[in-house]
Design a protein. Sequence first.
Length: 220
Amino acid sequence: MVIAVVGVGAIAGNPTAQTLSQAAGPSEPLRPAPVVLPFTGLNGPTPVAVGHGGAVYVGDYYNNRVVQLASGSFAETELPFSGLHRPQSLAVETTGTVYVSDLRGEVLTLPIGPDFGCSMRAKTLREPHTLPAVMLSSQTRFALRRVPLAVWFSVLLLIAALAMPIKQRCGTPSRSCASTLDANGNLHYYYEVEPLGVFLLEMITGTNIRWYYTSGEEIS
């Protein structure tokens, strides 16, 4: 399988990028043809992200890795994520920090520097999606694994602060559920903890963190 991008500007500096002629109607401008990027050995490339400088990042699902292709480069670089299992979602901050979630529902983060630094595993985080406060079916959980990961630095701070309370109050989250970050910076997380059901973690900007059952009952 190949990864392609429409528009040669996305891989600036690639002298092999070409715009092929194509038929167009009287009012249709010519569109640039897709350009195949020189990734090699990909086996199930699922998540794709583009960094601030034009670098392209691909999660290589069955090879349990993330590879980076810098803008204008012809050779990919494998990022040193440790313990990655089936990358599901991928995102890159403007600072270059890469976030990837895997099939286990964990999020790994890699601050990018001259030597890439070291891979650090964050605490469990669920993938973002807006859901009504209802119990999640197995079909819904499966679908959520395909939802892209939202990047927000404060999420990592939140995870670090709540890692122990999560385990003390609810046990360990054991299913892929959902979370969402709204336009005002408010965080809403859905966790499923067997056999207790689905919980909602609500963090409103500037206020305390509150826990709910999805029925609306607040957890003390």
